[in-house]
Design a protein around this ligand. Structure first.
Ligand SMILES: Cc1cc2nc3c(=O)[nH]c(=O)nc-3n(C[C@H](O)[C@H](O)[C@H](O)COP(=O)(O)OP(=O)(O)OC[C@H]3O[C@@H](n4cnc5c(N)ncnc54)[C@H](O)[C@@H]3O)c2cc1C
Length: 471
């Protein structure tokens, strides 16, 4: 192959500075899970992370891992199969994702969750106090803190306990090294100087391109004007390296927005408040869509309202539900949440037309009694004073398109053959959310991050010992 900007030819490496069996680019959910799966099999793993601070999307997330058929679900009396879960994902994305890979990830999820708990002491519990948009039942597993920061901290603690895993922070991987046939043989890193690390396998776990404004404009133009709310490391190089090696890409126009990021403040407001009965009004005091159909697609409607912001209206009971989330507590501490003894006072607090807001509330309550509103919403709450409100906007959380991978998370070329020695997961890999903003089912992000990480780590370690494994 000819030398490309993002690929260094092996013959041009002056000298190898270090050597490992498996190099993992990025220490977010995908990377650390891959390190656990490979490291527990004895493979030597170098986990290379660009930042010291935990700014990975995994750390910013709600830490909610979806899985059907876990013992936690069964203990809660929920009888759901991975097949039903896969069907839920496919129904949400309009059957656009690869059905076999979707089912494979859904079948991997319960093993993954129980393995994280049993083998690596990751604290996960089933979330049963609210249903995520589009979910047919309770299947989110999260740490008690309900934060991705707690999840990533647990994953990293487990990785540090494995002697063959070494994490190095504050090194940016700058390029892949490949031979003329396109076989990946190492990575180029840059901390204080450019160094070459020889590796027998490379796992791309450096997320998508949400932080790369030009790529967002090119592939996801509808999201280009949204506030970016993901981590700074999602600059798309993993995808570009794969493309330079001839890998196929899919769903590059797929992304997830979130409809309730506090504005100002830029703090995520848990969607549980909306799902449990909160509604959104624009500056005219009017509702404009079914808020519960999904926070990603709803965010596009939020962004279309005057000023691109709306007010989330709710009551004391939903405020208390919100308080179970650290981010919401941060909104309260930052005085972004306003409470008012009646609707008229809430209207004044947000400069909304009081009569119109009262009419909107009356319409909402009437729809609650009928069981359906004119937008198709079917879940409501009997909202009672005192009322609460917070101004929110739609934000881009992450992209979901990327390199096509197989059931072992191996990166595939357009002819279906693997790029030798290269794996990808999380935001680097093509997701299971279809095209655009509307196909994302909550949890697809961490499912493809941790799921593909788990599969990649297992396969990479296994093939170190057996060079030509089946399938
Ligand atoms: C606010 C928010 C809430 C979310 N909540 C949920 C949720 O509850 N459930 C869910 O399923 N999904 C959620 N998501 C989506 C989910 O966080 C992501 O899909 C998932 O974390 C992606 O994991 P990853 O390992 O691919 O990427 P990341 O977790 O972002 O990790 C990638 C790492 O690679 C590093 N890196 C990047 N480039 C380089 C380089 N060149 N060299 C070295 N290191 C590099 C980055 O610094 C980063 O640490 C949420 C996202 C956001 C933003």
């Amino acid at each position: 192959m000819e030398q490309q900007e993002e690929i260094v030819l092996a013959e041009q490496v002056p000298a190898w500075d270090a050597e490992t069996e498996i190099a993992i680019v990025g220490a977010g959910g995908c990377g650390v899970t891959a390190a656990l799966a490979a490291g527990e099999r004895g493979a030597s793993v170098l986990l290379l992370e660009r930042f010291r601070r935990p700014v990975a999307n995994t750390a910013r997330s709600g830490g909610m891992i979806p899985a059907a058929g876990t013992r936690l679900q069964r203990a809660a009396g929920i009888d759901e199969t991975p097949e039903q879960f896969a069907e839920n994902i496919l129904a949400k994305n309009g059957r656009q994702s690869d059905p076999e890979l979707t089912l494979h990830l859904a079948r991997t999820a319960p093993q993954l969750v129980e393995w994280l708990i049993d083998r690596h002491g990751v604290r996960l519990e089933l979330v049963t106090d609210f249903l995520y948009p589009g979910h047919w039942t309770y299947r989110m597993h999260s740490p008690p803190e309900r934060t991705g920061a707690a999840l990533l901290a647990d994953l990293k603690r487990a990785a540090r306990a494995l002697p063959s895993v070494q994490e190095i922070d504050e090194v940016r991987v700058e390029a892949l090294v490949a031979d003329r046939e396109g076989t990946v043989v190492g990575v180029v890193v840059n901390s204080t100087r450019r160094e070459y690390v020889r590796a027998r396998k490379v796992v791309l776990a450096c997320n998508g391109f949400g932080a790369h404004a030009e790529m967002v404009r090119q592939y996801c133009p509808e999201a280009a004007n949204a506030l970016y709310f993901g981590g700074p490391g999602s600059t798309g190089e993993g995808i570009r390296w794969g493309m330079a090696l001839g890998a196929a890409v899919a769903f590059m126009d797929s992304y997830q927005l979130h409809a309730t990021v506090a504005f100002p403040g830029e703090i995520l407001v848990s969607y549980s408040i909306t799902m449990a009965g909160g509604f959104h009004v624009n500056q005219e005091g009017e509702r404009f869509a079914d808020e519960t159909r999904g926070y990603s697609e709803h965010a596009l409607d939020v962004l279309k309202q005057p000023g691109g912001t709306v007010v989330l209206v709710y009551d004391e009971r939903l405020h208390r539900l919100g308080l179970s989330f650290p981010d919401y507590r941060a909104c309260v501490e930052a005085q972004l949440v306003r409470s008012a003894p009646d609707l008229a006072s809430l209207a004044i607090a947000f400069r909304l037309p009081a009569e119109r807001l009262a009419a909107t509330m009356a319409e909402y309550q009437a729809a609650r009694e009928r069981g359906r509103d004119r937008f198709g919403r079917t879940t409501f709450a009997d909202l009672q004073p005192p009322f609460y409100g917070i101004r929110v906007t739609g934000a881009l959380l992450h992209t979901q398109g990327g390199l096509v991978v197989d059931r072992h998370a191996r990166v595939l070329r357009s002819d279906g053959q693997p790029v030798p020695n290269l794996y990808a997961g999380g935001g680097v890999a093509a997701g299971i959310s279809g095209h655009g903003a509307g196909g994302y089912l909550s949890g697809n992000g961490l499912l493809t991050a941790l799921g593909y990480g788990y599969l990649a780590g297992q396969h990479a370690a296994a093939t170190l010992r057996a060079p030509t494994p089946a399938g």
